[in-house]
Design a protein around this ligand. Structure first.
Ligand SMILES: NC(=O)c1ccc[n+]([C@@H]2O[C@H](COP(=O)([O-])OP(=O)(O)OC[C@H]3O[C@@H](n4cnc5c(N)ncnc54)[C@H](OP(=O)(O)O)[C@@H]3O)[C@@H](O)[C@H]2O)c1
Length: 333
């Protein structure tokens, strides 16, 4: 099969398309013929060597795919060969075939294309977890969402609006802000005017950018406010991780004194869904609710740009270079 291999950690050019032996499913596993790859910011971090548990190069990155079950390993009977599924292998998905634990495969909601199927699992579960499990968003609350035009952001905005929250979306360009507006956010600002927009206070902040923006949102939290940190995009340059800038941004986040949390009645929480396997049963339940919302039209997958398999390295550059809108998907012939 063909697969994109990161020969070393580094910028998008370290990815090379190569022929490698087809993987074989072992006991408890299934082989998925990949039809579409959902690109996640985490794939860029893995390629750069800064994502948790990234294998040593050479390795095949690829967190999320949609495709068909092509073969089943020993002891596996479900889902049958040919079933359209979504899978989150974390690594290995930038390939024509990937082996996944069979119990981790999820049938695609009917009516969804492979491109749509590769667009919502990681982003949807992340948005859902940040808003409702960690952020405990309630109707009427003011919720700030950073990088609101991105993959996670476009779903988070829709979910928060649907839950009756008042959304303050933050995005870097006028075109991105227009998209966030169209998705229903009541207020949309750029990062320059974010400090002024925070003046009225916020109940919840969804922050995947971090750095100096953290301090602004943290100070603006109302009593009982919840700050949800789940990414550090400000550490990333258009091609490489900016280690010096990351260190500066980290320092500019400041220090949070645990004792001060009591009197200020605020919650600071963080998560990385790939590091909490014990949440799997909870996430399966949330996945089912997510699928229902997609099927009844309450939630729409927002696909930005679709690349072909041979353009995958350019798709990485596009996402990391901050030009992307919504979800970037790569089709596999
Ligand atoms: N913890 C978890 O479990 C988990 C799971 C999934 C995703 N995440 C995190 O959630 C965030 C969104 O993921 P995604 O895959 O949907 O990506 P994405 O939002 O489609 O793309 C990242 C966005 O971050 C913003 N950004 C701010 N500073 C940036 C910088 N220096 N370089 C590049 N982008 C920058 C950009 O939007 P603007 O130009 O509008 O600022 C960009 O579009 C990422 O930070 C990711 O690591 C965390």
């Amino acid at each position: 099969m063909r697969a994109w291999i990161a020969h070393r950690y580094g910028p998008p050019e370290v990815l090379r398309l190569a022929e490698i032996p087809d993987p074989q499913p072992g006991p408890g596993q299934a082989l998925v013929r990949v039809r579409a790859i959902g690109l996640n910011f985490a794939d860029c971090m893995a390629r750069a060597g800064v994502y948790p548990n990234t294998p040593k190069p050479p390795f095949v990155p690829g967190m999320e795919v949609a495709g068909e079950v092509a073969a089943l390993g020993e002891g596996v009977t479900e889902p049958p060969v040919g079933t359209a599924v979504a899978a989150v292998p974390i690594f290995g998905g930038h390939a024509e075939y990937v082996v996944v634990k069979a119990s981790h495969l999820r049938p695609l909601p009917s009516g969804l294309s492979f491109v749509e199927g590769a667009s919502f699992v990681v982003t949807g579960l992340t948005a859902d977890h940040a808003l409702f499990t960690v952020g405990r968003v309630r109707p009427g609350e003011r919720v700030a969402i950073l990088a609101a035009a991105g993959g996670v952001g476009t779903l988070a905005v829709q979910m928060a609006v649907r839950a009756g929250a008042h959304v303050l979306g933050v995005a870097s360009s006028p075109a991105k802000r227009e998209l966030v507006r169209q998705l229903g956010a009541q207020e949309v600002v750029g990062y320059e005017t974010y400090p002024q927009a925070l003046r009225g206070g916020v109940d919840v902040v969804l922050d995947s950018v971090a750095g100096r923006l953290f301090r602004l949102g943290w100070r603006a939290l109302r009593p009982d406010g919840r700050y949800v940190l789940f990414g550090f995009a400000s550490a990333v340059g258009p091609r490489r991780i900016r280690y010096l800038r990351a260190a500066v941004e980290l320092v500019r986040m400041g220090v949070v004194l645990p004792a001060a949390l009591v009197q200020s009645c605020r919650t600071l929480a963080g998560f990385n869904l790939s590091l909490v396997p014990h949440l799997a049963p909870h996430l399966v339940q949330r996945y089912q609710l997510l699928c229902q919302s997609l099927q009844n039209g309450e939630l729409k997958p927002v696909i930005g740009k679709v690349f072909t398999f041979s353009e995958l390295s350019s798709a990485h550059a596009f996402l990391q270079g901050r030009g992307s809108f919504a979800k970037v998907v790569v089709t596999v012939p």
